[in-house]
Design a protein around this ligand. Structure first.
Ligand code: DGY
Length: 324
């Protein structure tokens, strides 16, 4: 039997691409360009499976509903899959999978990195040294906010959030609270001595740090809006490693300008790779270029996980990470 023909829409780490070559008749994106809508439409006609990712154009009905579509599986490289219109995929009868678990720790590490950096003014301090502006130590220099023992509130308390709670609670003695429409078991709640709130608002009013861990798109678009920023403590920080569209960026800028909140640590943005201009000039904002899962170990594991789903699908098994 001939091997399934698959396309990786972006360049993957070498180890994962080698595995793809071993298992499938694979086409790589050698120059790592962002594929056009036309290229993605052609991919639908020419491949049995496509492995897309977060920075692609969204795979929607315009792309899926090409004539003579051959593609039966979208094996996403990434845990978040808002780059795929899952309703359109379902309607077209195309299966969708993602890559959970393998990026949990690394994404949680980046949430902690942002929390510590913005709280302790680490990026500001580093800029000071690089700009040769440091005059030396003094008792009042660069005073910041102490994270140890403070209240950390989660919007969404799934796998990545729990990994953040593990580090923050047991490493930094932080007090955990969360809102999640699908809360975890009592055992998990007990493990982190967490407070479960019934609304987003209760978390926002209570927390010294608010960290976002809900999916992007749909009802979560602009979940953090002007009204909700106004509910946060003016000493509190916002951390976002989820999806950029969960935050209304102009409202965030206004909240920072008004001093409604103390600062923000952002790994994701509403219109990546474009970043709202005002944020670039704010010292109390720390920004990273969507690095959550960006370690060699994790990106290889994501590739292998995506390929595992392709293997299962073409072996007529239910793919382990099917999401639609
Ligand atoms: C994810 O897996 O969702 C990361 O944000 C990269 O896409």
């Amino acid at each position: 039997m001939s091997k399934p023909k698959i396309l990786l829409t972006r360049k993957w780490p070498e180890e994962a691409e080698s595995k793809a070559k071993e298992l499938f008749d694979v086409t790589l994106n050698e120059d790592d360009h962002k594929m056009s809508v036309e290229e993605l439409q052609d991919a639908m006609k020419n491949y049995d499976a496509v492995c897309p990712t977060v920075s692609d154009f969204q795979i929607n009905s315009e792309i899926l509903n090409v004539e003579n579509r051959r593609c039966k599986l979208l094996a996403n490289f990434g845990v978040g899959f808002n780059n795929i219109d899952t309703d359109a995929a379902k309607e077209a009868g195309v299966v969708v999978t993602n890559t959970p678990e393998v990026l949990t720790d690394c994404t949680a590490d980046i949430a902690m990195t942002l929390l510590l950096m913005v709280s302790r003014r680490a990026a500001e301090g580093e800029r000071l040294i690089r700009n040769k502006q440091w005059d030396g130590w003094c008792p009042t220099h660069f005073l910041a906010s102490k994270p140890t023992g403070k209240k950390l509130g989660f919007i969404g308390f799934g796998r990545i959030a729990q990994a953040v709670a593990q580090k923050a609670h047991f490493g930094f003695g932080m007090q955990i609270s969360f809102y999640d429409p699908y809360p975890p078991s009592d055992e998990v709640i007990k493990k982190y001595s967490a407070t479960k709130f019934d609304t987003v608002e209760e978390v926002l009013k209570d927390a010294d740090y608010v960290t976002l861990h809900c999916p992007g798109g749909g009802a979560n678009t602009n979940l953090m809006n002007a009204e909700r920023f106004a509910m946060m403590k003016n000493t509190a920080f916002l951390i976002n490693t989820a999806r950029g569209d969960v935050v209304d960026e102009p409202a965030l800028v206004q909240a920072l300008k008004d001093g409604a909140i103390a600062g923000a640590g952002l790994d994701v943005f509403a219109k990546e790779p474009n970043v709202t201009e005002d944020l670039l000039t704010m010292d109390n904002v720390v920004m990273l270029p969507h690095l959550g899962s960006a370690t060699t170990e994790t990106r290889v594991a994501m590739g292998l996980r995506s390929l595992g789903n392709v293997e299962q699908f073409f072996n007529d098994e239910e793919p382990g990470d099917r999401v639609a």
